[in-house]
Design a protein around this ligand. Structure first.
Ligand SMILES: [Fe+2]
Length: 343
């Protein structure tokens, strides 16, 4: 190890002042950033604040020992490589280290060749983990980009509904958070709900944009967009939520929806969430067959009904959630309407 490792930080935890100072100098020659702590508790504190790439720790220390500190670190979804150090007569700690999955164990007094070899190995494994994470992130980004592109392609023949698909995604996320879904799950549903109308790609533009009532035949075809959506999305497990939403987002709680006319909890939860989000946005937006409506008018229709849309169409629990979160719907609508007019 001749050159300093500039892009990584190391945390060194040791209670013995002389050893700590010696190793601190040693590590300072090898790392751009060296953090030091005198016991496990101070070490864990520094770990949480600084998220170092490598942790090198003594075992027997006051306040909190090294193994206890590593146990705390491993509970934090950590990404650090860990090296344990201890004196010859403490080598029985090796077993505890193995149980914690630590593969680097250095005995004191230090042999600089062994220390360097361990550090080199740790640096390499941290770099590998970093690039694996970067690859994974770029695949995730590409996946999301493709979902949005496909949703936009399906909108091409539809009437101008602005940022309808993004708004629906955001309303869904607001409901999901309110009913206790994790942020991660809310995000997935927000993304995948964008494909709810992807099947409309099979519906002729003149039907999608028809100003007046649809004929019975046109209505039958229009309802098929749910089934077309399922075919387009296909069977990939990562798109299972999108497929379910596309298939069931026009079912109604009271059984008056399509394509199957199923009711209540037979309709998958994620589709029930999209139903309320999609209805809100459709009512607010101007469509070829109806004018735009303001937030309060839309809330009245969803909660009290207007002969076309009825409260019985929605999951009663989600209707309660809507009553609590509808201001957020208004904010999302305004936010995306503003973005649109600025662009
Ligand atoms: Fe739809």
């Amino acid at each position: 190890m001749n050159e300093k490792t500039r892009d990584m930080s190391i945390l060194y935890v040791e209670d013995d002042v002389a050893i700590r100072e010696y190793m601190c100098g040693y590590l300072n020659n090898r790392f751009e950033r060296v953090l030091v702590a005198e016991n496990g508790a101070a070490g864990f504190d520094s770990f949480r604040k600084n998220a170092p790439d490598i942790v090198m720790t003594d075992v027997r220390m006051p306040v909190m020992d090294g193994l206890e500190m590593i146990r705390s670190i491993t509970k934090t979804n950590h990404k650090a490589a860990i090296i344990i150090t201890s004196a010859y007569d403490e080598s029985r700690y090796l077993l505890g280290a193995i149980e914690l999955g630590i593969s680097h164990y250095l005995l004191k007094p230090f042999d600089s060749c062994k220390v360097d070899a361990s550090l080199r190995h740790c640096i390499e494994s941290v770099r590998k983990a970093q690039s694996a994470r970067e690859r994974e992130n770029s695949v995730d980004e590409a996946f999301l980009y493709t979902i949005t592109s496909l949703a936009r392609a399906a909108e091409a023949n539809d009437e101008e509904t602005g940022n309808h698909i993004q708004r629906v995604g955001n309303y869904c996320a607001a409901i999901c958070r309110q009913i206790g879904y994790s942020d991660e799950m809310a995000e997935i549903i927000a993304q995948q709900s964008q494909l709810h109308d992807v099947g409309k790609i099979h519906i002729p533009p003149e039907t999608l944009k028809k100003p007046g009532q649809l004929t019975e035949a046109e209505m039958v075809l229009m309802r098929e967009h749910t089934i077309f959506g399922v075919k387009i999305i296909g069977n990939h497990p990562r798109l299972e939520i999108a497929r379910t939403i596309a298939q069931y987002h026009h079912e109604r709680w009271d059984g008056s929806g399509y394509p199957f006319g199923i009711c209540g909890t037979a309709i998958p939860m994620n589709a029930r969430i999209v139903t309320i989000a999609d209805t809100y946005d459709a009512l607010r937006n101007k469509r070829s067959y109806k004018p735009s409506l303001d937030h309060d008018a839309v809330c009245r229709i969803i909660m009290e009904g207007d002969g076309r849309t009825e409260p019985s169409h929605f999951d009663p629990d989600l209707l309660q959630t809507f009553k609590k979160t509808n201001r957020e719907f208004d904010e999302i609508y305004e936010q995306f309407a503003t973005v649109e007019s600025e662009s």
